[in-house]
Design a protein around this ligand. Structure first.
Ligand code: ADP
Ligand code: ASP
Ligand code: MG
Length: 393
């Protein structure tokens, strides 16, 4: 049996936590499994590396930024392997390029194209636990790439798929996937199983517990994926093909890293061209609402300035009379199934927000999600109010 286990930054932040992660890996090995361990950078070290870069230059060269950011995972993998070896457990650490993780020729948010597993398999055959740096790979020129913030989950699932692993276990600082971020909503309920589609929607809408691309990949490659606590052996959530059990609403999610772009035009404007222009720069738009003379859409907050600049530079061609960006917003979403078939769901969600005195800027509804845009400052209160409405106290 082959298992891929992944440890996030918070689960590796201290020496005790490194020991704890190594002990979990050793436990799996003792059960007779081959073990591939994927590690993230310790604690908040990726943020610290970004800060260091920003002190040198406001917009760092993307190739060099990847060289810098990949060092976070390299620190983790070496410490974990050292810990295992000191416990008498054979182990070896491998960077993304050593582990054969090939990505697109693109920096900062590259996609994994393929994994050449020979080296990992060779190390497993010799009885070692293989500790692989998450979040990184190598492009066709041999340059280091990174695959996007939170991407170690995707590294783990990609390795599990390439190796034909029996399971991919994501160890983190919570003991599963909850009906809302348990650090935000008291009384959030843990799912024992959750459908791939619901999990994918939750992750895409901002539930940071899993990188959305990891869920997408697990679904398409049929990887058995679970979220477990690195601190306790109880709990856990299995992401499975079947829809989640119980309530038709699976979660309340809040994304505070979004921005609203508003465009005004004389006529209907040119929405297809606007979307194409943004897409060409890798800026995905969401919550698109268009009326004659006014269009609103949301973009990731860290791309709001780029999006604004692009639209202003092309305002004449796009027929726009003015464009503005508002980062003082948060996107609150309800995820589940059959949400639109039951009109009560939207009414209850809006009612719960109204009760909290929260003003809604815009709303989009589909069978598996309903999202509303609310003031940034009301995000937590909104999550708690809507969560209470659907899941009780
Ligand atoms: P790691 O460092 O292990 O990658 P992350 O910080 O990326 O951990 O993800 C774990 C965090 O995800 C939790 O601490 C929790 O605050 C957050 N989270 C957001 N939404 C949810 C949810 N619905 N269920 C569980 N955790 C969630
Ligand atoms: N260290 C990277 C980040 O902080 C990748 C990860 O944690 O998954 O985004
Ligand atoms: Mg994470």
């Amino acid at each position: 049996m082959l298992t891929v286990i992944k440890f996030g930054g918070s689960s590796l932040a201290t020496a005790e936590k490194i020991y704890n992660a190594a002990a979990i890996a050793w436990d799996h090995k003792k059960q007779g499994k081959d073990v591939v361990m994927v590690v993230s950078a310790r604690g908040k070290s990726t943020d610290e590396l970004l800060l260091q870069a920003s002190r040198i230059v406001r917009e760092p060269d993307t190739r060099e930024l990847d060289v810098l950011l990949s060092t976070g995972e390299q620190v983790s993998m070496s410490l974990v392997a050292m810990q295992l070896i000191s416990m008498g457990v054979p182990a070896v650490s491998l960077c993304g390029w050593q582990a054969g993780i090939l990505t697109e020729d693109k920096h900062n948010s590259s996609r994994i194209i393929s994994i050449h597993t020979e080296r990992i398999l060779e190390e497993l055959r010799s009885g070692r636990i293989v500790v692989v740096a998450g979040f990184q790979g190598v492009d066709s020129r041999g340059d280091i790439t990174t695959i996007g913030r939170g991407g170690s989950d995707t590294s783990a699932v990609a390795l599990a798929a390439a190796l034909g692993a029996d399971e991919c276990l994501i160890y983190t600082d919570v003991d599963g996937v909850y009906s809302a971020d348990p650090n935000m909503a008291e009384g959030a309920l843990r799912h024992t199983t959750l459908g791939y589609d619901q999990m994918l929607e939750m992750a895409s809408l901002g539930a940071g517990v899993l990188h959305n691309r990891s869920v997408e990949l697990a679904k398409s490659k049929g990887v058995k994926l679970s979220v477990l606590s690195s601190l306790s052996s109880s709990g856990g959530t299995e992401i499975a093909p079947q829809p989640m059990e119980g309530s038709r609403v699976s979660g309340v999610i809040c994304d505070k890293k979004t921005a609203l772009l508003e465009m005004f035009s004389q006529g209907i404007g040119d929405l297809p061209d606007v979307l194409q222009l943004l897409a060409q720069s890798g800026i995905g738009a969401d919550m698109i609402i268009s009326h004659t003379g006014r269009t609103g859409l949301t973009v990731p907050q860290n791309r709001a300035k780029d999006a604004l600049r692009l639209l202003l530079d092309n305002a004449d061609r796009l027929g726009l009379s003015s464009v503005c960006a508002d980062t003082n917003v948060a996107k609150l979403s309800l995820v589940g199934c059959g949400l639109c078939s039951d009109a009560c769901v939207a009414a209850r969600m809006l009612g719960a927000l109204k009760e909290q005195g929260i003003h809604i800027r815009s709303m989009v509804a589909a069978e598996i999600k309903i999202s509303v845009l609310i003031p940034y400052a009301d995000a937590e209160q909104g999550v708690r109010g809507v969560h209470r409405e659907f899941f009780g106290k």
